[in-house]
Design a protein around this ligand. Sequence first.
Ligand code: UT7
Length: 323
Amino acid sequence: MSLFRSVVRGTGSALPRAVVTNKDLEARIDTSDEWIQQRTGIRQRYIAGDGETTVSLGEAAARRALDAAGLVPEDIDLVILATATPDNTFPASSTQIQRRLGITKGFAFDVQAVCSGFVYALTTADLYLKAGMARRALVIGAETFSRIIDWSDRTTCVLFGDGAGALVLERQEGDPSGPGVLISRLRADGSHGDKLFVDGGPSSTGTVGHLRMEGREVFKHAVGMITDVVEESLEALSLTPGDIDWFVPHQANRRIIEASAKKLGIAIEKVVITVDQHGNTSAASIPLAIDHAVRDGRIRAGDLVLLEAMGGGFTWGAVVVRW
Ligand code: UT7
């Protein structure tokens, strides 16, 4: 029987024009550059301005990923967008990225798993490709959390930023040691829904609402959930943390990233960290970090790359990819 793999053909990312530094925030709310850096590792974030939306950022990231892959929009027959901040309640923003790219075949839909959105979307795309329902997928994470932040709440507004990242995945017949998505493990536990949520929605309040988070509670669960799902993935592949070339975690907080890497036994030099530059961009953070590490030459063909995320729901998951 043939073995099909979902192979990464190209990556891309996009950021809004405006950078907002911690010093800029000091002028607006009761906070300090020192507090933000010490507690989170964040130095700056990008914030969407006029005309910049989840769809426009997602489109820009997708175009760069297609360029990197040497492909054109007509080559794509599946678009999956991970986002918790779509341009509209409907139609799905993925369809509007599809329209802007001029893709008229195949299908498109959004995936909503907040900060875990990208690992959910990548897993979903991998299964559609392996099942033969599509040949090439654009998997995009794009967010404009600045539009759902309560800018008067210093406990949350300093943490988030806007941006987008994208991967082109292609169904290829391969061998077990070749490139492609090797394994995914996804989890959800809705009993934690009140620890990180938006206090509005189309069916409850009829409003968009604002992000609310019990940061300490989320922090308490994050490292354990992340390491559980990573260890389970590696075990299923008969791999050890020492086999990982690059660890690309969701970029929520440098302390969570460092504690997870330490608990897993992954050297910090192998961890891709962009939270200092981008803040927490939710579903966009992993593909943004991947694109940076691919373009600066860290992630190369043949590397074993471990992705993981945890966020609202709670949802969490891990994906291992041979580049
Ligand atoms: O991506 C989805 C997942 N989300 C996360 O992973 C976020 C997880 N949580 C975290 O990253 C951390 O809990 C935070 C960065 C949100 C907060 O760090 P912390 O060390 O847990 O701080 P804390 O909430 O315990 O607050 C400590 C103090 C409080 O003052 P008191 O009560 O000790 O006097 C806060 O009022 O820091 C205060 N504080 C601030 N001070 C200056 C909270 N926000 C700020 C701020 N500037 N922006």
